[in-house]
Design a protein around this ligand. Structure first.
Ligand code: GGG
Length: 356
């Protein structure tokens, strides 16, 4: 029997309820596989924890997580704690502390999803954003100067290192090769960001020369966002900095009909540290506690987690069950035009998973 140690951080708002419901899927996987057991450790690190303890997680938080095979996270952020405190206090220390420098975010219009766009064919939206996840605009450095005076000034730094930029761009090309994707776009804004993005573009040019079999180009982020809406089929793999990748994927998920749909994997490719899996959506305090949160982003994140844990058969089965539920169009949460609860969607996925 293989034991897989999972650290679970439900976090805040709808993160708590999507995590709570989706844990039933782990039981279904154990049942279907027969040779694995998930050892689950739930951690209450969240805005509530911050209000009680003055920090989003304990000072030895990373060592508590370090012995896990994977981390599953719901969402962070809640009124009463400034958003930058919750993200800087929980998400970023894990992503950066465990050198999860790849944030993989597939954007795919599955059958049964209703895009708000007029799409030319059912497979018109199918691309993967590979977001740099360890530095860039999210490095957390900067200063507030002359506070409280007319000269008050905020300085927000972006740190782009040759090592950091090279490894994400190289990963994106290798990903394209591995997955038979023939084209790759690098998101830039070097016409305005005259240090960071000029540097990014230079490294992109160096690396793309080694991948002549992949059609690659650089596009300014504003033009790229527009083209994503008008001709989504033009994209297969997009590599982007930390901030650009975050924005593009909320837009991408909205192109599928809801921010609640898309998953993400924060990966340390060398497997020196655990990787973390989380839906891209936030904690949505406005709908929290009503049982109407969309669990699809969390379920899809579990698929990515199973793939990372080398359980690709289980991942394919779970993705198949999710696809069937979506294609059936009967069981869906209100953000997707349905009336089902979070729990009812998960029940249906579990039913089809156990009895495909
Ligand atoms: N599910 C993760 C979450 O809570 N996301 C909210 C958010 O704003 N994240 C910013 C980021 O992913 O960088």
């Amino acid at each position: 029997m293989r034991t897989i140690t999972l650290k679970l951080i439900p976090g805040d708002g709808i993160g708590i309820e999507v995590m709570h419901e989706c844990l039933r899927i782990l039981r279904a996987i154990e049942e279907v596989h027969g040779g694995i057991t998930f050892s689950r450790h739930k951690l209450d690190w969240s805005c509530g924890y911050y209000l009680r303890h003055g920090s989003m997680m304990p000072p030895d938080g990373l060592s508590i997580l370090a012995d896990s095979d994977a981390i599953l996270l719901g969402a962070v952020g809640f009124p009463g704690v400034p958003d930058h405190v919750s993200i800087q206090g929980l998400l970023l220390p894990i992503r950066q502390g465990f050198d999860q420098y790849i944030n993989l975010r597939p954007i795919k219009l599955l059958p049964g999803l209703d895009s708000p766009l007029r799409v030319s064919s059912p497979d018109a939206i199918d691309f993967v954003v590979i977001r740099e996840n360890s530095e860039g605009e999210y490095c957390g450095k900067g200063a507030l100067l002359h506070e409280g005076t007319d000269e008050e000034t905020a300085v927000q730094e972006g740190w782009f290192t040759r090592r950091g930029v090279s490894r994400v761009i190289r990963y994106a090309f290798e990903f394209a090769l591995r997955h038979g994707r023939g084209s790759l776009v690098s998101a830039t804004k070097s016409n305005a960001l005259n240090y960071s993005m000029v540097f990014w573009d230079r490294i992109f040019e160096e690396i793309r020369a080694a991948y002549p079999g992949i059609v690659s180009r650089s596009m300014h982020i504003d033009a790229l966002a527009g083209l994503m809406i008008m001709r989504p089929e033009a994209f297969e793999v997009v590599v982007a900095s930390n901030l650009f990748g975050d924005i593009l994927t909320d837009l991408g998920s909205a192109m599928l009909g809801s921010i609640g749909i898309s998953p993400s994997a924060n990966i340390n490719p060398e497997r020196l540290f655990p990787s973390m899996f989380e839906p891209i959506h936030g904690s949505a305090p406005d709908i929290a506690g009503k049982g109407m949160a969309n669990p699809v982003g969390m379920i899809w994140s579990m698929v990515l987690m199973l793939e990372h844990l080398d359980l690709s058969d289980m991942a394919a089965l779970l993705m198949g069950a999710l696809e069937k539920v979506l294609a059936g169009r009967n069981v869906r949460t209100p953000d997707m035009g349905g009336r089902s609860t979070t729990g009812e969607v998960v029940d249906e996925v579990c039913r089809l998973y156990v009895l495909p």
